[in-house]
Write a protein that binds this ligand. Structure first.
Ligand SMILES: Cc1cc2nc3c(=O)[nH]c(=O)nc-3n(C[C@H](O)[C@H](O)[C@H](O)COP(=O)(O)OP(=O)(O)OC[C@H]3O[C@@H](n4cnc5c(N)ncnc54)[C@H](O)[C@@H]3O)c2cc1C
Length: 232
């Protein structure tokens, strides 16, 4: 099985190409570390970029929303789309303004969205919930036919895709390393906070195990959070 995406003229990283990754493991790792993507598409010559949640299953990306959503109604017609996911990992402070940078992991996927069929929608939505909160779907009131109908789920093949990743310290001009200027990396992390119970929660309902596991990841004494990447 081919373990890499083939760069195309549209996905070949030209600027700082050494940061490019086309192997599936790298692309999947960036995608699986996030939940929020931005989907770009053009309606009547006007580009729109819509933030929305997504999830990956095998070689496909999925996203969902109200069947009344303009974004989803437009994309399900099979128009060209561009979906990006990015994680900011740190501010990189160099000894000159020019060499300041950020550490990041990003994926850009091009393609056309497909509609998940009525028959497959239920399973897709279950996968979405279970990916974040394993065991929760079985606890929930099952969706009604009307709720499923009111929800559109789209998928796009991961095919024309690139990852771009920067890690590590600043890269300064050799002569600048002699300057008395602080240089280094300020890490940036995505935090998950402690769960806050709904004021209308029935008495006696304990925190579900999947949330206890999330809370166990919280680092004591620090910002109450942990990278989403550490969750699964
Ligand atoms: C973190 C996050 C997660 C989200 N997750 C989902 C999701 O999983 N599913 C989902 O359906 N929606 C999600 N949304 C909302 C999504 O961004 C859209 O608002 C929604 O999908 C409706 O799209 P639409 O094309 O029908 O919007 P319309 O209401 O038709 O858009 C009309 C205009 O409203 C404005 N607008 C619409 N959305 C936004 C926005 N997000 N921010 C600022 N202006 C806006 C723009 O000017 C746009 O041109 C999420 C938003 C955020 C910020």
């Amino acid at each position: 099985m081919d373990q890499s995406f083939k760069p195309t003229p549209r996905t070949r990283v030209r600027r700082l190409g050494k940061r490019a990754h086309y192997d599936k493991a790298s692309v999947h790792a960036v995608l699986d570390a996030g939940v929020l993507c931005h989907v770009g598409y053009v309606i009547d010559g006007q580009p729109y970029v819509t933030p929305t949640l997504y999830w990956r299953e095998g070689g496909r990306l999925y996203w969902h929303g109200s069947s009344a959503s303009r974004m989803l109604r437009h994309l399900k017609q099979g128009v060209p789309a561009c979906l990006t996911v990015s994680h900011l990992d740190g501010f990189v402070l160099a000894r000159s303004g020019f060499h300041h940078s950020v550490n990041y992991r990003a994926v850009m996927a091009l393609g056309t969205a497909q509609l998940v069929s009525e028959d497959d929608k239920h399973a897709a939505l279950e996968e979405f919930v279970e990916r974040l909160f394993p065991g929760r779907w079985a606890e929930l009131r099952p969706p009604t036919r009307q709720e499923i109908k009111a929800t559109t789920v789209l998928w796009m093949d991961l095919d024309e895709v690139s990852a771009k990743i920067r890690t590590g310290p600043p890269v300064d001009d050799e002569e600048d390393y002699a300057l008395p200027v602080w240089a280094g990396v300020v890490p940036v992390e995505t935090a998950i906070g402690r769960a806050k119970a709904d004021p209308r929660l029935l008495d006696g309902i304990a925190l579900p195990g999947y949330l206890e596991r999330l809370e166990a990841l919280l680092a004591p004494g620090r910002m109450e959070g942990e990278r989403l990447a550490a969750v699964g």
